[in-house]
Design a protein around this ligand. Structure first.
Ligand code: SF4
Ligand code: SF4
Length: 173
């Protein structure tokens, strides 16, 4: 799947959804929190506290239902990728479902299947190449009374990233 823009991950409108793919639900049930999918009774308390609810097309309670129905298209929704991992939903869930952990797992699953927004791929490269996700400038540091940006040895960062296998994951196709 080509993932050129965030927009492509946004809407499932017009897609023909394959329903009840039990194999996908089984796969999800193996990630942390995934074993509690059936406990969700769709109260939507999770969505009510989600800070990105006005930015996504699929709300987090809908995502939970999609997982139970085995809709693999869920991996292409922006809910998975715009989740800030704030844990609000997890805190609010009356059923104690580890929703944020499930979303973490979905991100990993999506990346392994080659579904990922370009911004993530660029961040991964920046982290590997420079050890930083953001390049502070000398003038910004100057404003804070700090000296020039010190050089950074990225060897340790790369060692950690190599161990996680992050760089081996393929980009979206
Ligand atoms: S708060 Fe929990 S039970 Fe309610 S919809 Fe969300 S996941 Fe389901
Ligand atoms: S952890 Fe993600 S899905 Fe849950 S409330 Fe925060 S942003 Fe929304």
């Amino acid at each position: 799947m080509a993932t050129e823009t965030w927009g492509q991950l946004k809407s499932l409108e017009g897609s023909k959804l394959e329903i009840l793919d039990a194999e996908f639900t089984r796969e999800v049930s193996k990630i942390i929190g995934g074993q509690d999918l059936t406990a969700c009774f769709q109260c939507a308390k999770c969505s009510g506290g989600c800070p990105v609810s006005d930015k996504v097309n699929v709300q987090v309670h809908q995502l939970m239902r999609m997982l139970l129905f085995g809709l693999e298209e869920v991996l292409k929704t922006d809910m998975v990728w715009l989740c800030t991992t704030c844990y609000q939903c997890q805190q609010r869930c009356p059923q104690g479902i580890n929703i944020t952990d499930i979303i973490f797992g979905l991100k990993n699953m999506a990346f392994r299947k080659g579904i990922n927004p370009p911004g993530y791929v660029a961040s991964r490269k920046a982290l590997y190449d420079s050890g930083k996700l953001y390049e502070p400038t000398d003038w910004e540091r100057d404003d804070l009374g700090l000296g020039p940006v010190p050089p950074l040895d990225v060897a340790e960062t790369r060692k950690v990233l190599d161990k996680t296998g992050l760089m081996k994951l393929r980009e979206g196709e």
